[in-house]
Design a protein around this ligand. Structure first.
Ligand code: ZN
Length: 316
């Protein structure tokens, strides 16, 4: 009798279990970080538009593109409190994000900027620079997976006709970033705070150079923003289709969302670099020879900063 009851219980429970599995497929949470804030909007474009506005527009497009993907749940990193850079990655972990993507738009060093006027207002531009760049950090706890996703994203950008901007590899103070994949357009920047403190694979995408007067106009179009969003969505799909890809954020299960802004994070252990030095010197000298190094007579603006900039990074 006991056996019969057990069998009946098993038969009754089995279909319910299957139904539950079908009803709730596993969704990978992807954190989308809008670079900067309205109060501190990052770089200023050639026509005077804050970088934050460009970042927000692209994140909204990525959010829609990922929402249409059956196994991905996008989460836009946001809070009613003032978000610190560490607070952003804590929020992502608290929302069980398995991937962190920071969206930015690029600028250049002050010495390359020229002055002009837009609607009677003084602005600055540098038309010699254009293109995208993807950054990852060796200090991220999932640095290999970060690099893997960075390459997927860079490949998707390149496949859509975008070109890699190598200007962050220039061997000068404030740049000097190692190029780890010249074809995909991937830089290593270990101390970028969001990449270093994220407890899941993380990349930062510079979508394009907004101080370039031609590229800025393109980046303002819905078509260009959608193309970038499609590249991100395709890379995300590839990333999670890797067999065995299931990353659990260690903080996700234990960190309440409400408590993620306050306490300090434990410093991340440093990840040893095994990859040989990059093509930095060779590539930069080959590709950047056409760029004028003549210093601009224009004094730097207080609101201006190359991106990703030193205020987003931290020395160990
Ligand atoms: Zn930025």
């Amino acid at each position: 009798m006991k056996r019969l009851l057990a069998l009946a219980a098993l038969l009754l429970c089995q279909p319910l279990g299957i139904a539950r599995d079908i009803a709730t497929p596993v969704k990978h949470v992807v954190a989308l970080d809008i670079g900067h804030t309205p109060a501190h909007p990052g770089a200023i474009s050639a026509s005077g538009i804050p970088e934050y506005e460009f970042n927000k527009a692209v994140v909204e497009k990525i959010n829609s593109a990922l929402s249409a993907t059956s196994n991905v749940e996008p989460y836009i990193v946001t809070s009613s409190d003032t978000l610190t850079l560490r607070g952003r990655t804590r929020l992502a972990a608290a929302h069980r994000a398995e991937l962190f993507i920071a969206i930015h738009h690029d600028s250049v060093q002050d010495k390359y900027l020229h002055s002009w006027e837009v609607d009677g207002q003084p602005q600055q531009y540098a038309d010699e620079f254009s293109g995208y760049g993807v950054f990852f950090s060796r200090k991220n706890t999932e640095s290999e997976a970060s690099l893997e996703f960075a390459r997927l994203l860079g490949d998707q950008m390149a496949a859509r006709g975008f070109h890699f901007s190598r200007h962050h590899a220039e061997p000068i103070r404030g740049e000097n970033r190692e190029i780890v994949d010249d074809e995909a357009g991937v830089y290593r920047f270990d101390n970028l705070i969001v990449l270093r403190t994220a407890q899941m694979p993380a990349v930062l995408l510079e979508c394009g150079v907004i101080v370039n007067r031609v590229e800025e106009k393109l980046l303002l179009t819905s078509e260009r923003q959608q193309k970038i969003a499609d590249a991100v969505a395709a890379a995300v799909k590839q990333f999670f289709s890797t067999p065995g890809r299931l990353i659990h954020s260690p903080a996700a299960a234990t960190t309440p969302v409400a408590s993620v802004i306050g306490p300090k994070l434990t410093p991340m252990p440093s990840v040893t670099t095994t990859r040989p030095r990059s093509l930095l010197q060779r590539v930069f000298s080959k590709r950047q020879t056409g760029i004028s190094a003549t210093p601009s007579p224009v004094p730097p603006r207080a609101t201006k900063s190359a991106s990703p900039s030193d205020d987003e990074a931290e020395e160990p």
